[in-house]
Design a protein around this ligand. Sequence first.
Ligand SMILES: Nc1nc2c(c(=O)[nH]1)N[C@@H](CN(C=O)c1ccc(C(=O)N[C@@H](CCC(=O)O)C(=O)O)cc1)CN2
Length: 283
Amino acid sequence: MSAKILDGRATKDAIFEELRPRVAELAERGRAPGLATVLVGDDPGSHSYVRAKHNDCAKVGINSIRRDLPASSTQGELEAVLDELNADPACTGYIVQLPLPDHLDSGALLERIDPAKDADGLHPASLGKLVLGEDGPLPCTPNGIIALLRRHGVELDGAHVAVVGRGITVGRPMGLLLTRRSENATVTLCHTGTRDLAAEVSRADVVIAAAGKPGLITPEMVKPGAAVLDVGVTRTDDGLSGDVHPDVGEVAGFISPNPGGVGPMTRAMLLSNVVEAAERESD
Ligand SMILES: Nc1nc2c(c(=O)[nH]1)N[C@@H](CN(C=O)c1ccc(C(=O)N[C@@H](CCC(=O)O)C(=O)O)cc1)CN2
């Protein structure tokens, strides 16, 4: 492996160090932030991510509230839980852990979150603010990727970035974030309709792989020296597999490990959103 490692765990820890005094100051002013999570069903990955989010809150001093519901929960039961959290002053921000079971309407539930308590930046009002360039919570994984690149000195201004995947939590908002004036990147958003993925990826200075297809990005596709970020997580019989083939580290200039790269940064940005929202409220 010759690529430099984009260490998400160490970067997350550094961000937590920065958040801790801000949380303490909010608490001193009687504005202690509280993050709630809503988890439906038994998906082991979702359980592990939610557990990690509550551990993170404890480390930074943020109060946390957990609402776990059975997979058989109805849309109406979920709506009632969201209405309670919207009204609960101890909950200053919350998330609905995705994916939800198929019988639930995720879009309608995300829309029911009070936009002022949208800790994930996935409410349509928050995504609208992102499109318009207004202040608001940003989607955690794309924002975490930008923080990881910036804190490791990877240039985005003028860079060509290939984003692979057009999902609502990563691909689509990633393109919007990267094309803001502050980032100034040129983005190609690749998806299942892309005719020649290898050609698009090989032109890129930064590759963000969020397709959920194990080993999709191979060393032959990657421009030598490029930064490659692996977002995909697929659970196979042999364990977890990312979208980036392990040999890409021999060609890339920077690579995010998976686990240990983008995942922890997603959690760091969630807590940042919670703290920023509490600070906005108390201004
Ligand atoms: N409401 C949301 N749901 C989902 C989001 C999201 O941003 N908001 N993103 C993903 C999952 N995700 C956040 O919830 C997430 C993914 C990965 C990690 C993480 O820390 N991963 C670790 C490994 C943890 C493990 O081994 O289980 C790592 O990569 O090192 C945290 C959060 C979909 N759902």
